[in-house]
Design a protein around this ligand. Structure first.
Ligand SMILES: [Zn+2]
Ligand SMILES: [Zn+2]
Length: 153
């Protein structure tokens, strides 16, 4: 997909899901590292991370475009266009946009931690993966309510 196709795609999503045309410029920006997309308040342009397409496919990128279009349309309409604004939350939910400008797997700023611990039920052997250390005495097995043992992976 090239920039022209992206532009046409963003215009189409804007008309279909927002009912308002997108009159600015959308382009791929391979320098975006940790975010899937970005909306520029000064130029009203939208950048989309091309790695996102490879990593997550068209369906996920469409959600990111919707997210950026929420910023775009609300900003132009003079409404709350920031993530914390109620207008933004409501519109994002309505068009089913992605909640975050999603981060790319393998990038340095990713926020998902690896699983470092495993809880094992001492009665039924059920295993639960955990990212953070925790006190196994405070929890019970979700299957049989047996006591748990914590193991470092
Ligand atoms: Zn955003
Ligand atoms: Zn159990």
């Amino acid at each position: 997909m090239d920039n022209d196709e992206l532009q046409a795609w963003v215009e189409e999503i804007s008309l279909t899901h927002f009912g308002i045309p997108f009159r600015h410029c959308a382009k791929f920006n391979s320098r975006l590292r940790t975010t899937g997309g970005r909306y520029f308040m000064k130029s009203h342009d939208i950048d989309i991370n091309p790695h996102q397409l490879t990593a997550f496919g068209k369906e996920e990128v469409e959600k990111i475009i919707k997210h950026e279009l929420c910023h775009y349309h609300l900003h132009l309409a003079g409404k709350g266009h920031r993530h914390r604004d109620q207008d933004f939350k409501v519109l994002l939910k309505r068009v089913k946009g992605s909640r975050y400008c999603q981060s790319i797997p393998g990038s340095t700023a990713r926020r998902t931690l690896p699983y470092r611990y495993k809880l094992i039920c001492t009665s039924c052997g059920m295993e639960y993966l955990r990212k953070r250390q925790m006190d196994p005495k405070r929890y019970r097995c979700g299957k049989c309510a047996g006591s748990l043992k914590l193991i470092n992976l």
